[in-house]
Ligand binder design. Sequence first.
Ligand code: 13P
Length: 243
Amino acid sequence: MKKLTIIGNWKMNKNSQETKEFLDVFNTEYLNNKEKISDSIVFGIAAPFTNLYLFNKNDKLKSVAQNFSNFSSGAYTGEISASMLKDLNVSMVVLGHSERRQYFYETDETVNLKTHQALKEGITPIVCVGETLEEYEAGKTKEVILKQLKGSLKDVNDFSKIIIAYEPVWAIGTGKTATAEIAQDVCEFIRKNTAANVTIQYGGSVSPANIQELMNQKDIDGALVGGASLKPESFIKLLTLNK
Ligand code: 13P
């Protein structure tokens, strides 16, 4: 089986108690389902900063951040640096999620600065791209994706060190998954415009019911999952590909 990278994005959900409860159930369920989870699946949770320390104790489940600063240290009130994340064994960071682009004014330029900071610090950036419903309906998907790729990944030379997540905005939290054909078509386009060795995830209403079909697509190497990653039983089902 090809290598798959499946990451849950918890967004702004769960306090420390709720996180501990998830981990307790997850750890038991993981042992119960271990033989159904392929060794070629890399998995983790992008949790809020304040709870990342709780993932330290689980060696299988990677701790992933949802954002970080493009600066190394200094007078940047409210920011979190790469070295602070590395203290907590964080190995990946989600960058340029559409919610950060929409509500916190992140641009391709800031995502590019953060991508280079992550590469410099040895943290794998998961760079998100995706078109809005309006752009999708106007047939502009590939034009928008190309612009985001060019801006967000400017001067990136080694694509083997990054992950690109294709997340159509119209499919996020709406229950409307892109069909496997649409997702494959856009992911193939992303590979052609970056490099053969880049890891490409699909995100947007991924669930136990549709994960297997999506992961079977040639150019999809993993998933970035919101809602269906919040319950341990459901997250386990994503990892077993619903077996
Ligand atoms: P949903 O899986 O809830 O649609 O969220 C997708 C997402 O935004 C993951 O980053």
